[in-house]
Design a protein around this ligand. Structure first.
Ligand code: NDP
Length: 506
Protein backbone atom coordinates (compact mmCIF):
# COMPACT_ATOMS: atom_id res chain seq x y z
CA UNK A 1 0.00 0.00 0.00
CA UNK A 2 1.27 3.50 -0.76
CA UNK A 3 2.08 5.94 2.04
CA UNK A 4 -0.44 8.27 3.70
CA UNK A 5 -0.20 11.44 1.66
CA UNK A 6 -0.12 14.75 3.51
CA UNK A 7 -0.58 17.83 1.27
CA UNK A 8 2.31 20.30 1.47
CA UNK A 9 0.21 23.41 1.90
CA UNK A 10 -1.78 22.12 4.86
CA UNK A 11 -2.68 24.91 7.31
CA UNK A 12 -2.43 24.22 11.03
CA UNK A 13 -5.11 26.76 11.86
CA UNK A 14 -8.28 27.72 9.99
CA UNK A 15 -9.94 31.09 10.52
CA UNK A 16 -13.30 32.69 9.85
CA UNK A 17 -13.52 35.16 6.99
CA UNK A 18 -15.59 38.21 7.89
CA UNK A 19 -15.86 41.42 5.92
CA UNK A 20 -12.83 40.61 3.79
CA UNK A 21 -10.57 39.64 6.71
CA UNK A 22 -9.38 36.35 8.17
CA UNK A 23 -10.21 36.40 11.88
CA UNK A 24 -10.40 34.15 14.91
CA UNK A 25 -13.41 33.98 17.17
CA UNK A 26 -13.62 36.98 19.47
CA UNK A 27 -13.29 34.68 22.48
CA UNK A 28 -10.53 32.61 20.74
CA UNK A 29 -12.61 29.39 20.88
CA UNK A 30 -11.36 26.64 18.57
CA UNK A 31 -12.13 23.05 17.68
CA UNK A 32 -9.87 20.27 16.44
CA UNK A 33 -9.88 18.91 12.92
CA UNK A 34 -8.88 15.29 12.23
CA UNK A 35 -7.71 13.59 9.10
CA UNK A 36 -9.73 10.42 8.62
CA UNK A 37 -6.81 8.13 7.78
CA UNK A 38 -4.76 8.70 10.93
CA UNK A 39 -7.59 10.18 13.00
CA UNK A 40 -5.00 12.60 14.37
CA UNK A 41 -5.64 16.30 14.81
CA UNK A 42 -3.89 18.15 12.00
CA UNK A 43 -5.34 21.62 12.57
CA UNK A 44 -7.49 23.73 14.79
CA UNK A 45 -10.34 25.82 13.44
CA UNK A 46 -11.96 28.93 14.86
CA UNK A 47 -15.20 27.98 16.55
CA UNK A 48 -17.81 30.66 15.92
CA UNK A 49 -19.98 31.87 18.78
CA UNK A 50 -23.00 34.13 18.66
CA UNK A 51 -20.91 37.33 18.69
CA UNK A 52 -18.88 36.09 15.71
CA UNK A 53 -22.04 35.25 13.78
CA UNK A 54 -23.32 38.76 14.59
CA UNK A 55 -20.22 40.27 12.97
CA UNK A 56 -20.53 38.08 9.87
CA UNK A 57 -24.22 38.87 9.43
CA UNK A 58 -23.58 42.59 9.98
CA UNK A 59 -20.87 42.56 7.28
CA UNK A 60 -23.15 40.73 4.84
CA UNK A 61 -26.05 43.07 5.62
CA UNK A 62 -23.87 46.13 5.08
CA UNK A 63 -22.58 44.74 1.77
CA UNK A 64 -26.14 44.09 0.69
CA UNK A 65 -27.51 47.51 1.68
CA UNK A 66 -24.55 49.71 0.78
CA UNK A 67 -22.30 47.69 -1.51
CA UNK A 68 -22.26 47.34 -5.29
CA UNK A 69 -22.98 43.59 -5.51
CA UNK A 70 -26.81 43.49 -5.56
CA UNK A 71 -26.98 46.43 -7.96
CA UNK A 72 -24.44 45.18 -10.49
CA UNK A 73 -25.62 44.25 -13.97
CA UNK A 74 -26.07 40.50 -14.37
CA UNK A 75 -23.26 40.51 -16.94
CA UNK A 76 -20.87 42.09 -14.42
CA UNK A 77 -21.68 39.55 -11.72
CA UNK A 78 -21.52 36.82 -14.34
CA UNK A 79 -17.94 37.82 -15.23
CA UNK A 80 -16.91 37.50 -11.59
CA UNK A 81 -18.58 34.09 -11.36
CA UNK A 82 -16.80 32.88 -14.49
CA UNK A 83 -13.52 34.06 -12.96
CA UNK A 84 -14.31 32.01 -9.85
CA UNK A 85 -14.87 28.98 -12.08
CA UNK A 86 -11.57 29.65 -13.89
CA UNK A 87 -9.68 29.82 -10.60
CA UNK A 88 -11.33 26.65 -9.25
CA UNK A 89 -10.44 24.85 -12.48
CA UNK A 90 -6.85 26.07 -12.38
CA UNK A 91 -6.50 24.84 -8.80
CA UNK A 92 -8.58 21.68 -9.09
CA UNK A 93 -5.71 19.30 -8.36
CA UNK A 94 -4.62 21.09 -5.22
CA UNK A 95 -8.20 21.48 -4.13
CA UNK A 96 -9.03 17.82 -4.70
CA UNK A 97 -5.99 16.67 -2.69
CA UNK A 98 -6.98 18.89 0.24
CA UNK A 99 -10.60 17.71 0.03
CA UNK A 100 -9.56 14.08 -0.19
CA UNK A 101 -7.18 14.51 2.78
CA UNK A 102 -9.88 16.14 4.92
CA UNK A 103 -12.86 13.99 3.98
CA UNK A 104 -11.39 10.59 3.03
CA UNK A 105 -12.94 10.72 -0.46
CA UNK A 106 -10.95 8.85 -3.12
CA UNK A 107 -8.80 11.34 -5.03
CA UNK A 108 -10.23 10.52 -8.47
CA UNK A 109 -13.74 11.21 -7.18
CA UNK A 110 -12.62 14.36 -5.35
CA UNK A 111 -11.21 15.66 -8.66
CA UNK A 112 -14.57 15.06 -10.31
CA UNK A 113 -16.29 17.00 -7.54
CA UNK A 114 -13.84 19.92 -7.93
CA UNK A 115 -14.73 20.14 -11.63
CA UNK A 116 -18.43 20.04 -10.73
CA UNK A 117 -17.88 22.94 -8.32
CA UNK A 118 -16.41 25.04 -11.16
CA UNK A 119 -19.27 24.01 -13.43
CA UNK A 120 -21.84 25.15 -10.85
CA UNK A 121 -20.38 28.66 -11.03
CA UNK A 122 -20.28 28.65 -14.83
CA UNK A 123 -23.85 27.41 -15.01
CA UNK A 124 -25.30 30.17 -12.83
CA UNK A 125 -23.03 32.77 -14.42
CA UNK A 126 -24.66 31.95 -17.76
CA UNK A 127 -28.16 31.56 -16.38
CA UNK A 128 -28.42 35.07 -14.91
CA UNK A 129 -27.37 36.64 -18.18
CA UNK A 130 -30.06 34.76 -20.07
CA UNK A 131 -32.65 35.27 -17.34
CA UNK A 132 -36.00 36.63 -18.48
CA UNK A 133 -39.08 37.46 -16.47
CA UNK A 134 -42.77 37.64 -17.24
CA UNK A 135 -44.68 40.68 -18.44
CA UNK A 136 -48.47 40.48 -18.81
CA UNK A 137 -50.55 42.75 -21.00
CA UNK A 138 -54.27 43.48 -20.63
CA UNK A 139 -54.82 45.24 -24.00
CA UNK A 140 -55.43 48.94 -23.59
CA UNK A 141 -55.74 48.71 -19.81
CA UNK A 142 -52.73 47.37 -17.96
CA UNK A 143 -49.18 46.19 -18.26
CA UNK A 144 -47.93 44.08 -15.36
CA UNK A 145 -44.45 42.77 -14.91
CA UNK A 146 -42.28 40.83 -12.52
CA UNK A 147 -39.55 42.75 -10.75
CA UNK A 148 -37.11 40.12 -9.52
CA UNK A 149 -34.93 41.18 -6.63
CA UNK A 150 -32.21 39.62 -4.47
CA UNK A 151 -33.48 39.08 -0.94
CA UNK A 152 -30.59 39.91 1.38
CA UNK A 153 -28.30 37.86 3.59
CA UNK A 154 -28.43 34.15 2.79
CA UNK A 155 -27.37 31.59 5.41
CA UNK A 156 -25.79 28.59 3.72
CA UNK A 157 -25.35 25.55 5.95
CA UNK A 158 -23.57 22.61 4.38
CA UNK A 159 -22.66 18.97 5.13
CA UNK A 160 -19.33 17.14 5.09
CA UNK A 161 -19.86 14.47 2.44
CA UNK A 162 -18.70 16.35 -0.69
CA UNK A 163 -18.10 19.67 1.03
CA UNK A 164 -16.58 21.93 -1.63
CA UNK A 165 -19.07 20.88 -4.30
CA UNK A 166 -22.04 21.18 -1.92
CA UNK A 167 -20.89 24.67 -0.96
CA UNK A 168 -20.57 25.71 -4.61
CA UNK A 169 -24.09 24.44 -5.28
CA UNK A 170 -25.42 27.03 -2.83
CA UNK A 171 -22.82 29.80 -3.21
CA UNK A 172 -23.12 30.07 -6.99
CA UNK A 173 -26.88 30.81 -7.23
CA UNK A 174 -26.98 32.83 -3.99
CA UNK A 175 -24.23 35.15 -5.26
CA UNK A 176 -25.30 35.11 -8.91
CA UNK A 177 -28.69 36.54 -7.96
CA UNK A 178 -27.12 39.40 -5.99
CA UNK A 179 -27.47 38.25 -2.40
CA UNK A 180 -24.70 38.36 0.17
CA UNK A 181 -23.92 35.27 2.23
CA UNK A 182 -22.78 33.82 5.50
CA UNK A 183 -21.73 30.21 5.06
CA UNK A 184 -21.35 27.68 7.90
CA UNK A 185 -19.63 24.53 6.64
CA UNK A 186 -19.67 21.16 8.41
CA UNK A 187 -17.23 20.89 11.32
CA UNK A 188 -15.74 17.57 10.19
CA UNK A 189 -14.48 19.11 6.92
CA UNK A 190 -13.51 22.79 7.14
CA UNK A 191 -10.38 22.55 4.98
CA UNK A 192 -11.65 23.05 1.46
CA UNK A 193 -14.18 25.68 2.60
CA UNK A 194 -11.19 27.70 3.82
CA UNK A 195 -10.09 28.06 0.18
CA UNK A 196 -13.12 30.08 -0.90
CA UNK A 197 -12.00 33.47 0.55
CA UNK A 198 -8.82 33.62 -1.56
CA UNK A 199 -10.69 32.41 -4.64
CA UNK A 200 -13.41 35.06 -4.21
CA UNK A 201 -10.90 37.79 -3.46
CA UNK A 202 -8.89 36.98 -6.58
CA UNK A 203 -12.05 36.89 -8.69
CA UNK A 204 -13.13 40.35 -7.47
CA UNK A 205 -16.03 39.59 -5.13
CA UNK A 206 -16.41 42.79 -3.04
CA UNK A 207 -15.63 42.65 0.68
CA UNK A 208 -18.52 41.61 2.90
CA UNK A 209 -20.37 39.77 0.14
CA UNK A 210 -19.01 36.41 1.22
CA UNK A 211 -18.53 35.59 4.90
CA UNK A 212 -17.48 32.30 6.37
CA UNK A 213 -18.07 31.09 9.92
CA UNK A 214 -16.75 27.79 11.23
CA UNK A 215 -18.14 26.22 14.35
CA UNK A 216 -20.69 23.91 15.82
CA UNK A 217 -24.07 23.53 14.14
CA UNK A 218 -25.83 23.67 17.50
CA UNK A 219 -24.21 27.03 18.35
CA UNK A 220 -23.11 28.99 15.25
CA UNK A 221 -25.54 27.23 12.88
CA UNK A 222 -28.54 27.57 15.16
CA UNK A 223 -27.86 31.24 15.89
CA UNK A 224 -27.36 31.99 12.19
CA UNK A 225 -30.68 30.35 11.29
CA UNK A 226 -32.51 32.40 13.96
CA UNK A 227 -30.75 35.69 13.20
CA UNK A 228 -33.32 38.40 12.42
CA UNK A 229 -31.14 39.89 9.67
CA UNK A 230 -31.02 36.59 7.76
CA UNK A 231 -34.12 36.15 5.59
CA UNK A 232 -32.96 33.07 3.58
CA UNK A 233 -31.70 29.72 4.83
CA UNK A 234 -30.46 26.99 2.53
CA UNK A 235 -29.53 23.82 4.37
CA UNK A 236 -28.24 20.43 3.27
CA UNK A 237 -27.84 17.73 5.87
CA UNK A 238 -29.60 15.23 8.02
CA UNK A 239 -33.42 15.08 8.11
CA UNK A 240 -33.55 15.50 11.90
CA UNK A 241 -31.37 18.63 11.69
CA UNK A 242 -33.67 19.83 8.89
CA UNK A 243 -36.64 19.49 11.23
CA UNK A 244 -34.83 21.49 13.94
CA UNK A 245 -33.91 24.22 11.45
CA UNK A 246 -37.45 24.32 10.11
CA UNK A 247 -38.79 24.94 13.61
CA UNK A 248 -36.13 27.56 14.33
CA UNK A 249 -36.83 29.46 11.09
CA UNK A 250 -40.63 29.29 11.23
CA UNK A 251 -41.44 32.18 13.61
CA UNK A 252 -39.73 34.63 11.25
CA UNK A 253 -41.22 33.12 8.05
CA UNK A 254 -37.82 32.74 6.41
CA UNK A 255 -37.36 31.39 2.88
CA UNK A 256 -36.22 27.87 3.54
CA UNK A 257 -34.72 25.20 1.32
CA UNK A 258 -33.98 21.83 2.90
CA UNK A 259 -32.05 19.12 1.06
CA UNK A 260 -32.08 16.19 3.44
CA UNK A 261 -31.37 12.49 3.72
CA UNK A 262 -32.36 9.56 1.54
CA UNK A 263 -32.76 5.81 1.30
CA UNK A 264 -33.16 5.67 -2.42
CA UNK A 265 -34.31 2.53 -4.23
CA UNK A 266 -32.68 1.12 -7.35
CA UNK A 267 -35.29 -1.14 -8.92
CA UNK A 268 -33.99 -3.76 -11.36
CA UNK A 269 -36.59 -5.56 -13.47
CA UNK A 270 -35.80 -8.85 -15.17
CA UNK A 271 -36.01 -7.24 -18.61
CA UNK A 272 -33.29 -4.68 -17.79
CA UNK A 273 -29.88 -4.39 -19.40
CA UNK A 274 -28.34 -6.37 -16.56
CA UNK A 275 -24.71 -5.40 -17.19
CA UNK A 276 -25.54 -1.72 -17.18
CA UNK A 277 -27.75 -2.12 -14.11
CA UNK A 278 -25.00 -3.95 -12.27
CA UNK A 279 -22.40 -1.27 -13.07
CA UNK A 280 -24.76 1.49 -12.01
CA UNK A 281 -26.11 -0.06 -8.83
CA UNK A 282 -22.65 -1.01 -7.55
CA UNK A 283 -21.35 2.49 -8.35
CA UNK A 284 -24.55 4.08 -7.01
CA UNK A 285 -24.09 2.84 -3.48
CA UNK A 286 -20.30 2.58 -3.13
CA UNK A 287 -19.07 5.75 -4.88
CA UNK A 288 -18.17 8.68 -2.62
CA UNK A 289 -17.65 6.02 0.09
CA UNK A 290 -21.42 5.55 0.18
CA UNK A 291 -21.60 8.99 1.81
CA UNK A 292 -23.98 10.23 -0.81
CA UNK A 293 -27.49 11.57 -0.26
CA UNK A 294 -28.73 10.06 -3.54
CA UNK A 295 -27.04 6.67 -3.02
CA UNK A 296 -29.12 3.75 -4.27
CA UNK A 297 -28.80 2.08 -0.89
CA UNK A 298 -31.77 -0.27 -1.36
CA UNK A 299 -31.50 -2.46 -4.44
CA UNK A 300 -34.79 -4.16 -5.33
CA UNK A 301 -34.37 -7.01 -7.80
CA UNK A 302 -37.02 -9.02 -9.64
CA UNK A 303 -37.14 -12.63 -8.47
CA UNK A 304 -36.36 -14.20 -11.90
CA UNK A 305 -32.88 -12.67 -11.94
CA UNK A 306 -32.43 -12.26 -8.18
CA UNK A 307 -29.98 -15.06 -7.32
CA UNK A 308 -27.70 -14.38 -10.24
CA UNK A 309 -27.79 -10.60 -9.80
CA UNK A 310 -27.12 -10.78 -6.07
CA UNK A 311 -24.20 -13.17 -6.53
CA UNK A 312 -22.62 -10.92 -9.15
CA UNK A 313 -23.26 -7.80 -7.07
CA UNK A 314 -21.52 -9.38 -4.06
CA UNK A 315 -18.59 -10.47 -6.23
CA UNK A 316 -18.14 -6.91 -7.50
CA UNK A 317 -18.36 -5.52 -3.95
CA UNK A 318 -15.62 -7.90 -2.78
CA UNK A 319 -13.37 -6.74 -5.62
CA UNK A 320 -13.77 -3.03 -4.95
CA UNK A 321 -10.41 -1.44 -4.23
CA UNK A 322 -10.41 0.01 -0.73
CA UNK A 323 -7.38 2.15 -0.10
CA UNK A 324 -5.76 5.39 0.82
CA UNK A 325 -7.88 8.31 -0.34
CA UNK A 326 -4.87 9.79 -2.16
CA UNK A 327 -4.21 6.66 -4.23
CA UNK A 328 -5.64 6.99 -7.76
CA UNK A 329 -6.47 3.25 -7.75
CA UNK A 330 -8.74 3.61 -4.71
CA UNK A 331 -12.46 3.17 -5.27
CA UNK A 332 -13.59 3.38 -1.63
CA UNK A 333 -11.51 5.49 0.77
CA UNK A 334 -11.88 6.22 4.44
CA UNK A 335 -15.10 7.42 6.06
CA UNK A 336 -15.02 11.00 7.20
CA UNK A 337 -14.74 10.70 10.98
CA UNK A 338 -14.48 8.08 13.75
CA UNK A 339 -18.00 9.00 14.98
CA UNK A 340 -19.43 8.34 11.55
CA UNK A 341 -17.36 5.14 11.27
CA UNK A 342 -18.91 3.94 14.56
CA UNK A 343 -22.40 4.74 13.24
CA UNK A 344 -21.87 2.80 10.02
CA UNK A 345 -20.28 -0.12 11.89
CA UNK A 346 -23.22 -0.26 14.28
CA UNK A 347 -25.60 -0.58 11.31
CA UNK A 348 -23.45 -3.39 9.94
CA UNK A 349 -23.84 -5.24 13.24
CA UNK A 350 -27.60 -4.66 13.12
CA UNK A 351 -27.63 -5.89 9.51
CA UNK A 352 -26.04 -9.19 10.48
CA UNK A 353 -29.30 -10.22 12.15
CA UNK A 354 -31.50 -8.59 9.49
CA UNK A 355 -30.06 -9.90 6.22
CA UNK A 356 -27.76 -12.43 4.60
CA UNK A 357 -24.21 -10.99 4.68
CA UNK A 358 -22.57 -11.61 1.30
CA UNK A 359 -19.64 -9.19 1.28
CA UNK A 360 -17.78 -7.00 3.74
CA UNK A 361 -19.22 -6.82 7.22
CA UNK A 362 -16.53 -4.84 9.01
CA UNK A 363 -13.05 -3.44 8.52
CA UNK A 364 -11.35 -4.56 5.31
CA UNK A 365 -8.30 -6.80 5.72
CA UNK A 366 -5.07 -4.86 6.02
CA UNK A 367 -6.68 -1.70 7.47
CA UNK A 368 -6.41 -2.01 11.24
CA UNK A 369 -6.70 1.76 11.76
CA UNK A 370 -8.45 4.70 10.08
CA UNK A 371 -12.15 4.85 9.28
CA UNK A 372 -12.15 2.11 6.63
CA UNK A 373 -15.25 0.01 6.03
CA UNK A 374 -15.35 -2.89 3.56
CA UNK A 375 -18.10 -2.53 0.95
CA UNK A 376 -20.88 -4.49 2.60
CA UNK A 377 -23.77 -6.36 0.96
CA UNK A 378 -26.82 -7.70 2.75
CA UNK A 379 -29.32 -9.74 0.72
CA UNK A 380 -32.88 -10.91 1.51
CA UNK A 381 -33.52 -7.82 3.63
CA UNK A 382 -37.12 -7.47 4.80
CA UNK A 383 -38.81 -4.07 4.42
CA UNK A 384 -39.25 -3.61 8.16
CA UNK A 385 -35.50 -4.07 8.79
CA UNK A 386 -33.68 -1.05 10.14
CA UNK A 387 -31.04 -1.37 7.39
CA UNK A 388 -33.89 -1.10 4.85
CA UNK A 389 -35.53 1.89 6.54
CA UNK A 390 -32.73 4.02 7.97
CA UNK A 391 -30.07 6.06 6.20
CA UNK A 392 -26.63 4.57 6.89
CA UNK A 393 -24.62 6.95 4.69
CA UNK A 394 -21.79 4.48 4.19
CA UNK A 395 -20.76 1.63 1.86
CA UNK A 396 -23.61 -0.67 2.88
CA UNK A 397 -26.40 -1.97 0.63
CA UNK A 398 -29.65 -3.79 1.40
CA UNK A 399 -30.93 -6.03 -1.42
CA UNK A 400 -34.52 -7.26 -1.49
CA UNK A 401 -36.41 -9.41 -4.02
CA UNK A 402 -39.79 -8.65 -5.58
CA UNK A 403 -42.16 -10.48 -7.92
CA UNK A 404 -44.53 -7.96 -9.49
CA UNK A 405 -44.52 -4.28 -10.44
CA UNK A 406 -46.99 -3.59 -7.63
CA UNK A 407 -44.77 -5.25 -5.08
CA UNK A 408 -41.73 -3.34 -6.37
CA UNK A 409 -43.58 -0.05 -6.06
CA UNK A 410 -44.76 -0.81 -2.56
CA UNK A 411 -41.20 -1.65 -1.51
CA UNK A 412 -39.76 1.40 -3.26
CA UNK A 413 -42.15 3.74 -1.44
CA UNK A 414 -41.88 2.00 1.90
CA UNK A 415 -39.57 4.44 3.72
CA UNK A 416 -39.98 7.88 5.23
CA UNK A 417 -37.55 9.25 2.61
CA UNK A 418 -38.17 10.28 -0.99
CA UNK A 419 -35.03 11.77 -2.53
CA UNK A 420 -33.95 9.78 -5.61
CA UNK A 421 -34.94 6.55 -7.37
CA UNK A 422 -33.38 4.52 -10.15
CA UNK A 423 -35.40 2.22 -12.41
CA UNK A 424 -33.90 -0.40 -14.69
CA UNK A 425 -36.18 -1.84 -17.40
CA UNK A 426 -36.33 -1.87 -21.18
CA UNK A 427 -40.14 -1.61 -21.16
CA UNK A 428 -40.92 2.02 -22.00
CA UNK A 429 -44.43 2.10 -20.55
CA UNK A 430 -43.37 0.42 -17.35
CA UNK A 431 -40.41 2.79 -16.99
CA UNK A 432 -42.53 5.93 -17.16
CA UNK A 433 -45.52 4.64 -15.20
CA UNK A 434 -43.26 3.31 -12.49
CA UNK A 435 -41.25 6.51 -12.36
CA UNK A 436 -44.41 8.61 -12.02
CA UNK A 437 -45.72 6.45 -9.18
CA UNK A 438 -42.53 6.54 -7.14
CA UNK A 439 -42.55 8.95 -4.21
CA UNK A 440 -39.25 10.69 -4.87
CA UNK A 441 -38.07 14.11 -5.94
CA UNK A 442 -35.92 12.67 -8.73
CA UNK A 443 -35.93 9.50 -10.83
CA UNK A 444 -33.28 8.20 -13.18
CA UNK A 445 -34.38 5.68 -15.79
CA UNK A 446 -31.66 3.27 -16.90
CA UNK A 447 -28.96 5.52 -15.54
CA UNK A 448 -26.99 6.22 -12.43
CA UNK A 449 -27.09 9.69 -10.92
CA UNK A 450 -26.12 11.89 -13.89
CA UNK A 451 -27.05 15.48 -13.13
CA UNK A 452 -28.42 17.99 -15.59
CA UNK A 453 -27.97 21.26 -13.70
CA UNK A 454 -31.13 22.73 -15.24
CA UNK A 455 -33.39 20.16 -13.58
CA UNK A 456 -34.97 20.61 -10.15
CA UNK A 457 -33.04 18.98 -7.31
CA UNK A 458 -34.69 18.01 -4.04
CA UNK A 459 -36.80 15.47 -2.25
CA UNK A 460 -40.27 14.69 -0.95
CA UNK A 461 -41.33 13.34 2.47
CA UNK A 462 -38.41 13.38 4.95
CA UNK A 463 -35.94 14.12 2.14
CA UNK A 464 -36.64 17.79 2.03
CA UNK A 465 -38.55 20.86 1.21
CA UNK A 466 -38.28 23.04 -1.89
CA UNK A 467 -36.24 22.64 -5.04
CA UNK A 468 -32.93 24.05 -6.15
CA UNK A 469 -31.33 23.64 -9.58
CA UNK A 470 -31.63 25.81 -12.70
CA UNK A 471 -34.30 28.50 -12.45
CA UNK A 472 -35.62 26.94 -9.23
CA UNK A 473 -32.45 28.17 -7.53
CA UNK A 474 -32.98 31.61 -9.03
CA UNK A 475 -36.55 31.56 -7.70
CA UNK A 476 -35.39 30.51 -4.26
CA UNK A 477 -32.74 33.20 -3.93
CA UNK A 478 -34.90 36.04 -5.28
CA UNK A 479 -38.21 37.60 -4.51
CA UNK A 480 -40.65 38.25 -7.33
CA UNK A 481 -42.48 41.51 -6.91
CA UNK A 482 -45.32 42.09 -9.34
CA UNK A 483 -45.72 45.65 -10.58
CA UNK A 484 -49.07 46.75 -12.07
CA UNK A 485 -49.40 49.76 -14.39
CA UNK A 486 -52.71 51.22 -15.53
CA UNK A 487 -52.76 52.40 -19.15
CA UNK A 488 -56.07 54.25 -19.07
CA UNK A 489 -58.03 56.09 -16.39
CA UNK A 490 -58.19 54.34 -13.09
CA UNK A 491 -61.51 52.66 -12.42
CA UNK A 492 -62.06 52.86 -8.70
CA UNK A 493 -65.53 52.61 -7.23
CA UNK A 494 -66.39 56.04 -5.78
CA UNK A 495 -66.72 55.16 -2.12
CA UNK A 496 -68.03 58.02 0.03
CA UNK A 497 -69.15 60.25 -2.84
CA UNK A 498 -72.92 60.01 -2.14
CA UNK A 499 -72.46 60.52 1.59
CA UNK A 500 -70.31 63.63 1.14
CA UNK A 501 -72.97 65.14 -1.18
CA UNK A 502 -75.61 64.65 1.51
CA UNK A 503 -73.48 66.32 4.20
CA UNK A 504 -72.33 69.03 1.83
CA UNK A 505 -68.67 68.01 2.07
CA UNK A 506 -66.69 68.25 -1.15
P1 NDP B 1 -25.94 17.37 9.73
O1 NDP B 1 -27.40 17.65 9.60
O2 NDP B 1 -25.45 16.78 10.99
O3 NDP B 1 -25.09 18.68 9.50
C1 NDP B 1 -25.19 19.48 8.35
C2 NDP B 1 -24.79 20.89 8.69
O4 NDP B 1 -25.72 21.46 9.61
C3 NDP B 1 -23.43 21.00 9.37
O5 NDP B 1 -22.82 22.19 8.96
C4 NDP B 1 -23.82 21.07 10.84
O6 NDP B 1 -22.83 21.62 11.67
C5 NDP B 1 -25.05 21.95 10.76
N1 NDP B 1 -25.96 21.85 11.89
C6 NDP B 1 -26.12 20.84 12.78
N2 NDP B 1 -27.09 21.14 13.68
C7 NDP B 1 -27.57 22.37 13.36
C8 NDP B 1 -28.56 23.24 13.90
N3 NDP B 1 -29.29 22.90 14.96
N4 NDP B 1 -28.76 24.43 13.32
C9 NDP B 1 -28.05 24.81 12.22
N5 NDP B 1 -27.08 24.04 11.67
C10 NDP B 1 -26.84 22.83 12.22
O7 NDP B 1 -25.60 16.47 8.49
P2 NDP B 1 -24.20 15.83 8.15
O8 NDP B 1 -23.16 16.88 8.06
O9 NDP B 1 -24.00 14.70 9.08
O10 NDP B 1 -24.42 15.34 6.65
C11 NDP B 1 -24.93 14.11 6.35
C12 NDP B 1 -26.40 14.23 6.03
O11 NDP B 1 -26.59 15.13 4.94
C13 NDP B 1 -26.97 12.92 5.56
O12 NDP B 1 -28.17 12.65 6.22
C14 NDP B 1 -27.25 13.13 4.08
O13 NDP B 1 -28.29 12.40 3.56
C15 NDP B 1 -27.51 14.58 4.01
N6 NDP B 1 -27.21 15.08 2.68
C16 NDP B 1 -28.25 15.47 1.88
C17 NDP B 1 -28.03 15.89 0.59
C18 NDP B 1 -29.16 16.36 -0.26
O14 NDP B 1 -28.91 17.09 -1.19
N7 NDP B 1 -30.39 15.96 -0.02
C19 NDP B 1 -26.68 15.94 0.02
C20 NDP B 1 -25.66 15.53 0.96
C21 NDP B 1 -25.94 15.12 2.23
P3 NDP B 1 -21.78 20.63 12.39
O15 NDP B 1 -20.99 20.02 11.31
O16 NDP B 1 -20.99 21.52 13.25
O17 NDP B 1 -22.57 19.63 13.16
Amino acid sequence: MSKHFVPENLPDHIQHYIDGKFVDSIGRETFEVLDPVSNQTYATAASGQTEDVDLAVAAAKHAFKEGPWPKMLPRERSRVLHKIADIVESRDDELAYLESYDSGLPITQAKGQARRAAENFRFFADLIVGQEDNAFKVPGRQINYVNRKPIGVAALITPWNVPFMQESWKLAPALATGNTVVMKPASYTPLSAALWPEIFREAGVPEGVFNLIFGSGGVAGDYLVKHPDVPIVSFTGDSSTGATISTAAAPQFKSLSLELGGKSPAVVFADADIEAALDATVFGVFSLNGERCTAGSRVLVQRDIYDDFVARFAERAKNIVVGLPSDPATEVGSLVHPNHFDKVMSYIEIGKSEGRLLAGGGRPDGFPTGNYVAPTVFADVAPDARIFQEEIFGPVVAITPFNTDEEALELANNTKYGLAAYVWTTNLKRAHNFAHAIESGMVWLNSNNVRDLRTPFGGVKASGLGREGGYRSVDFYTTQQSVQITLNESHSPKFGVEASRETGDA
